[in-house]
Design a protein around this ligand. Sequence first.
Ligand code: C2E
Ligand code: MG
Ligand code: MG
Ligand code: MG
Length: 279
Amino acid sequence: QAKEHGRNTYCFFTPQMQKYHTRHLLLENALRRAVEREELQLVYQPQMSLHNQQLIGFEVLLRWHNPELGTISPAEFIPLAESSGLIVPIGDWVLSKALTQLAEWRAEGYNQITIAINLSPLQFRQTDLLAKLEQLLAQHQLPATTVELEITESAMMDDPAAAAHLITQFSDKGCKIAIDDFGTGYSSLGYLKRFSLSKLKIDQSFIRDLLTDADDKAIVSAIISMAKSLELTTIAEGVETLEQQQMLHQLGCDDIQGYFYSKPLNRKDATAFIRSHIF
Ligand code: C2E
Ligand code: MG
Ligand code: MG
Ligand code: MG
């Protein structure tokens, strides 16, 4: 940007801005090659039912380790992937890899397992996303009902009409749609009814102080009762303690996910987790 306005504008970059800018470019260039260099990895975080303590499935989370830069947090590289458009090829890789893993688990007889995949706003708006997903489902002979797509409120509310159309298409095929980080965005509650959603993921910021903060408890309780009357499932994110789990059970939450049960696991540990938590 500074270049466009001539060299004189360069002095408007503070050392901090320069540093940020350099890291940004460094990461973006490295991210561009991350897929082909096999630096990306998927981890799987268990999602458990509070009704019967059974494993429902896993949320798929992306990890990036670069030999020079070390391990970079998704909180840093996902926004960068989104702004550069790299999230599209990376997201395709995630979909393909996650469905391959799910098919492998099903082949071992674990056919009740579902996977939840995060979609960034840009990915969600891709016109051929549904076709890509259907192709992968067919290739691995997976029912669409085994796949849940997580989108955020802002992805939905950017263009509600377009989002409604996309969500209907996915749910007509049998895929489930979950609203991620629910409560942190600004979704119009009216849309929740109109969209063919299946699940609300209660954001971890409301769970953290659930036992001590009456406001958080009131919010979580309100989300759960609203979801029930709209026939949506609820899952709480970031559940770390037994006390939080018990409180969520008492409030009528359906499912939970968090360090209390398990951190995100690599494929080997996730497979072991399935073996010890199913049937
Ligand atoms: P998210 O989808 O809301 O994922 C939940 C985050 O909370 C994950 O962070 C997870 O590791 C963390 N978490 C889970 N349980 C606990 C807990 O008990 N306590 C605490 N403190 N944290 C917990 P992570 O893996 O760093 O991912 C951050 C965000 O990056 C995700 O938030 C998601 O928005 C994005 N992301 C990750 N993988 C992908 C991906 O494949 N595609 C896209 N588009 N976004 C992704
Ligand atoms: Mg998520
Ligand atoms: Mg979340
Ligand atoms: Mg989040």
